[in-house]
Design a protein around this ligand. Sequence first.
Ligand SMILES: N[C@@H](CCC(=O)N[C@@H](CS)C(=O)NCC(=O)O)C(=O)O
Length: 202
Amino acid sequence: MKLRYSPISPYVRKVCAVALETGLFGRLELAPTNVWASDTDIGRDNPLGKVPALTTDGGEVLYDSPVICEYLDSLHDGAKLFPPAGGARWTALRRQALADGILDASVLRLLEGKRKDGERSPGWIERQRTAVGRALDALEDEAGDFGHGVTIGHIAVGCALGYLDFRFPADDWRLRRPKLAAWHEEFSKRLSMSRTVPKDPT
Ligand SMILES: N[C@@H](CCC(=O)N[C@@H](CS)C(=O)NCC(=O)O)C(=O)O
């Protein structure tokens, strides 16, 4: 399987963490991809021009990260990261959606912040920052129920919090969120998390 890959994409991190948790990482051929390069060919694999995109052994290209993660989870016989049915499944999927939403808002905030003076919208940046703050408060409210298990919801939340540490350390999301901080400290010790921490390529 070929994974179009960027070492600092939090969505790619989610896929890699799932591959590590499920013992499939060794089956991934990592294809480094700069989606922002003017000559990138990512659009041939993913018409949306984004990573991650996974070409299966059968030649089908899958995107985006929730689809790729669920596909990988279907390829192994161990404990499933996507609970098969019932309340546990909806909780895991909702947590993944919340965490991915934190990423979406954070990426929008980052890109807006890089625009030139006069083009940048402080109101738009604030809207994204506020959405992330509310999402983090919601996670703090339920962090006591996270337990010690691992589902796609846990992995997505771990990746979202790691991305905030990477891109917005000054925000200090841990302030007033002690339960979430304690959970994250413990969860970050998993191999799937420690091996995929984002690092600035420069
Ligand atoms: N919803 C997508 C988001 C993927 C995404 O936004 N990836 C970024 C890299 S972090 C990207 O490729 N952006 C290029 C673009 O937006 O043109 C997923 O979960 O895979």
